[in-house]
Design a protein around this ligand. Sequence first.
Ligand code: SF4
Length: 461
Amino acid sequence: MFDHPKEECGVVGITTSVDASRLAFFALYAIQHRGQESAGLATYNGKINIKTGMGLISQALNEPDIELLKGSFSIGHTRYSTTGSTKIENAQPIGCLVGSEEIALSHNGNVINAQGIRDELIEWGCEFNSTSDSEVILQLLANAPGKKWKDKISYMMNRLQGAYSLTVLTKDGVIGIRDPLGVRPLCLGKIDDGYVLASESCAIDHIGGEYIREIDPGEAVFITRDDVKTIFKKESPKIAACVFENIYFARPDSILDDQLVYTTRKKMGAQLAIEHPVEADIVIGVPDSAIAAAVGYAEQSGIPFTEGLVKNRYVGRTFILPDQRLREVGVRRKLNPLKEIIKDKSVIVVDDSIVRGTTTPFVVDLLRKAGVKEIHMRICAPPIKWPCHFGVDMATKSELLASNKSIDQIQNYIKADSLGYLSIEGLMESVPKASNKYCDACFTGKYPIPVQLEMSKFNLE
Ligand code: SF4
């Protein structure tokens, strides 16, 4: 029910002297926000051992599982489905044989030509156990021509189109691979007796590691306990890192594009204040993801920031809420206004995005009932008009509020006193890299590679 794009997936890979699975388990906790449908770990200890389960990491894995997953190399995964449905067969890591050697793989992203490659692999004699594009990547890598990893990865990168940040467990260490567009993040860190690969740097921090750098688009690195080597690099004519990682997905304490995400979000908020100033008493943010932007808005405008909504962090997974009254209860389960603070005030409310527009009217209503005098909604992303094909489950084009309504119509629909979205130019001013290094297709419709517009996440079912 909460109107955000759905997180994609998170991956980790660890080499250490003992108990790699335990460290991978803790690292996974740091990236739980990237997927809550299933989770899993794989280790190598003479053979590959995999344990996956449905739900949150704490539901999917437990102490006896970790005890059984012996070995000094481990990979992990936390999943939100962008291709394939929510079932245990689609949980990751997944494993297969490369000749007589076993490997396992964790994937974040979405491959847009998976269907054609899957058909071809079936003709080659491959059998599939899942309906995810990740198994297509695994089988392609396993069956790619060449004996060396660099040859197989080169073949795989030449065939796959779309987004894939991977950790691959082998008998000798862990490979980290990032697609040539660099859509999804992947970074490298050092721990006392080994190395870490993770979707976000906060996972490295959580296990006491030291962040080193991002894996480059088109790069494959091999980590062992005492070494890290780039084993392949495909020069990429185009980079298209997902700009939404900066707006919403990544944790504020992660480093993206060499900048703390919190800092980037504050800049977005400051830019929003420049583009959409308004007189008001206070600035609040919709917790948690819009807080940094609200602080940035407040600093730039000189209007004080305060907390105005408190989030209940322990609300379980979403239920279908069939009528208006229950939907209202749904918002109340998650957000509670600080009435004394906001009553009779004119309030600027900063949020990160509006997707379908299912929550914002309830947030506005909640604030009105708490006695707020004026509500000025400020969104620190441009209007979302196009669906994502690179690992984010947003909505179809017809479901996206801004693809069907003008800004004035949206303001009327959400019943705010004013509404302002960050411009695409303002967004690009706020992010660390040059605008031509980002994908912004959900705002502009300019996809970095051609896509089939009405693709479904159940294509491989
Ligand atoms: S379409 Fe939007 S969400 Fe998808 S990769 Fe591009 S910027 Fe990210």
